[in-house]
Design a protein around this ligand. Sequence first.
Ligand SMILES: [Zn+2]
Length: 679
Amino acid sequence: MVNPLSAENDLPLFSQFKPEHIEPAIKELINANRKTIEQLLADNKIYTWENLVFPLENLTDTLQEKWGFVKHLNAVRDTPEWRKEHDRVMLKVTDFFVELRQHPELYQAMLSIQSSPEFAKLSMNQKKVIENYLRDFKLSGISLDKDKKEQFKALLEKLSENKNKFSQNVLDATDNWFLLITEESKLKGLPTHTLHKAKEEAEKKGQTGWRLTLDFPCYHAMISYADNRELRKEVYQAYTTLASDQSLEKNWDNGSLMVEQLKIKHAIAELLGYGSYAEYSLVKKMLKTPKEVMNFLNELIVPVKTKALQDVQLLEQFAAKKYGLDKIEPWDTRYLTEKLLEQQYNFSEEELRYYFPESHVINGLFEIANKLFKITIKEVKNFDAWHECVKLYEMFDEKQQLLGRFYMDLYARPHKRSGAWCGTCKNRIEKLDSSLQTPIAYIVANFRPRIAEEKEALLSHDEIITLFHEFGHCLHFISSKMIYPSISPDHGVSWDAIELPSQLMENWCWEEEALQLISKHIESSKPLPLDLISKLKSSKNFLIGLAMIRQLEFSVFDFELHLQSNIQNYLTIQKIIDKVRENTMVIPIPTFNRFQNTFSHIFAGSYAAGYYSYLWSEVLSADTYNFFKEKSQVFDQTVAQRYMHTILEPGGSKEFMDLYLEFRGRPPKVKALLQDWGL
Ligand SMILES: [Zn+2]
């Protein structure tokens, strides 16, 4: 029988993939790839694009693709058996890619193409692919001696194991925690759907009462709406001590993994002659030096902190007057923010949900994408998925040519990694037989699922922003015209610019015309009324200082952490965050808080020394959105088309600053972001 993971299908047959398929499929591919590479190198005296780079691009893509399926299922449907096989095979994949980038003959062959007269005849994109390979050879230690190369490889292996373990600990610690409440009075203030869900969860476990969990929709509801201050404190404490020495369960403490990981990263940077991991990571970013990054962050701190302090004052006055509180604690801020928002603008996030049934929001989003970018999106029925709630869509350009497809898996459930992301399922690539494979993406989120009495899930405005954000990534990925994965948006775009397309899309969530397209009340069928729209719009920057000072704290902490050369133990990490907080803290943070132990972006994802990318990309997106506004209307097609052609379509084919200059005619302005925040 054919291994379904090895089989070539238009769409992967997720339901047929079994843990025992992983190793044989991946091993076979790796072996075949190794053999082909040796053949490519043996057969050729004069290396060319056609006889080396093009086949190489294809064979690495096949492995990335199959391994991608395995990783994807590990993130959205984590079972012990799947995890075990994933972990076992992961290192083989890491090894293959390190060997590839440390392969001396391959490097020489690639160099020989670059210095041959043929090179000039290659297209700009082909040249860029070769340049990227050469850069990656250097960043993987091609010039190191044999021993050091081995060291480098061992470090990368350890790093991928470490990151994987970190994120498993977060998932397990989250899944393990629950709080069973038997007195309904303790749950006052919580939205009805949260109560229903909590009751369903308890019933599923054969318990009576309400089972509260730390998956994001439940946590968010408790911290934002529970009137019971003690309950808020309890969940805050549980959430901010997950996977740490401070949590009741010590099984998943990430502390020592974090220390080990920082040491590994520093050793990697040092081997390659960089002073810190931060410096090493900037080689592929838009901002080029640690000083540039810190200057950028420092430029924001003063105005943002000033605003944050005003925000706190506002909350304090409100808390004293309404609740007789003489002090605000971190488990009060979300709650008070919601209550103050309700008082000032006379609406609540929860009330807005009734205007946002899933299907209408999604159709509205597609219509907005159509108005701007002339793309059409259609749902596909009857396909193989990893969960019953997954949907699949096709995206077409204005000539009705298929651009690509994407899955949507939007709702929280056990054994699914938290957060939201857009991932690659298949790349756009020119295949060896010259056919073109169109891309496929995954949009994954952890929204509040539909409860029994709802026809479909109702989204909050925050969830809609997340949906637009991930759709922005998806659009970038699918509309890129690049046919070589090395210069696709995923691999070729500077990490600190990667959030531009996603954050740009968020802007439309606040526009009247767009809000009317995505809203339809579940009973009256009416769109969001104008007065609610204007209230929602005027609340956009409500307490923005408080929100943004947190983003700054995360960004500075991450960057400082990766600038260090001497992380001795966990205490050093704690000291760094404490030091950062001297500049960013506006409400005292309790000593038990270990948010860093679940900071998966930097310890499990790709944002190490790059969390600032969110803020930097926000500069780019605010500056880009101003371009629309300068044209006096936010659906301006000329700007949208220009953005499509100069930013999205070229993917990673050029330095991002060059793309941006082409689009905007000048470099980005930090002022645009401060203006957007109303500062
Ligand atoms: Zn993003």
